[in-house]
Write a protein that binds this ligand. Structure first.
Ligand code: BTN
Length: 266
């Protein structure tokens, strides 16, 4: 491994968790950590196994987008999770992960991060991290969830591709100095271990309340752009499926399952 790559021993030494990270796979390069994690899960990998790559050649984002994944500066991590949940409740894992990710980011910067529904982490309106969850079900059982997280750590904005430069940020930019990647990874795994534990032991309500506290657009007028239509209304938070509730001007409430949410000036 090159000098600039992560030191696995430092991550392992810093981990104090109950569920996550007993087995950690560290790759120099791969197409997508989510893809590798899915293959491992299909071959029987246990709850809590982790795949980290230094670089992805085909990093995947939500809604079929790609995730910019240069080497040795960021975090590309996928967790194999086997939660005791019904398939319809699988989105709750993503919401718990968004809370954990926001908690971890908050520990490294003096500003407050926010969650942009469903699970982007923004600071000062710019995207710092994203989550892509893929699940596998058979009959009525949730077999596994692949929870993929990408975080811009020591990625200078000037080095970002033109198309994301205006909308994205990194911990490097927000702190004015590089972040120790191993420390951030330990903190994220620790926070996810805690939030995943709360979800499994106490249920979704506790996680939803924390999610709502990070949701910047609560009660704000928003425009929701979906594949086939755009609607305007006041964002009312999430329901137990992770759907965004929008109250239209006529009082009708709509459940949004996928789309982009943009604030509108009242
Ligand atoms: C998004 O905001 O669009 C989600 C981005 C998720 C990116 C991460 S990086 C690690 C994992 N592997 C992938 O291919 N995607 C996720």
């Amino acid at each position: 491994m090159p000098d600039s790559s992560l030191q696995l021993s430092r991550i392992q030494a810093g981990l104090v968790t109950t569920r996550l990270g007993a087995n950690l796979h560290h790759l120099l390069e791969t197409d997508s950590t989510n893809k590798v994690a899915r293959q491992l899960a299909e071959n029987g990998a246990a709850d809590g196994e982790i795949v980290i790559a230094e670089q992805q050649s085909a990093g995947r984002g939500r809604l079929g987008r790609s995730w910019v994944s240069p080497p040795f500066v960021n975090l590309y991590i996928s967790f194999i999770l086997r939660p005791r949940l019904a398939p319809v409740d699988a989105p709750q894992v993503t919401l718990a992960a968004a809370v954990a990710l926001a908690d971890a980011v908050a520990a490294f910067i003096p500003m407050q991060p926010t969650i942009k529904w469903p699970n982007d982490i923004l600071v000062g309106g710019k995207k710092l991290a994203g989550i892509l969850t893929e699940s596998s079900c058979s009959a009525e059982r949730l077999e596994f969830v692949i929870l993929g997280i990408g975080v811009n750590l020591n990625f200078p904005v000037r080095a970002m591709p033109e198309e994301i430069r205006q909308r994205a940020s990194s911990l490097l930019e927000l702190r004015g100095q590089p972040v120790d990647r191993e420390s951030f990874i330990c903190r994220l795994i620790h926070d996810l271990d805690r939030c995943y534990g709360i979800l499994q032991e106490s249920g979704f309500a506790a996680v939803a309340a924390r999610w709502q506290s990070y949701f910047a657009l609560h009660r704000r007028l928003v425009r929701v752009e979906m594949i086939d239509q755009t609607i305007v209304g006041h964002a009312q938070g999430i329901d137990r499926d992770g759907a965004l509730i929008i109250e239209r001007e006529n009082g009708a409430r709509e459940r949004i399952l996928a789309g982009d949410v943009i604030p509108v000036e009242d």
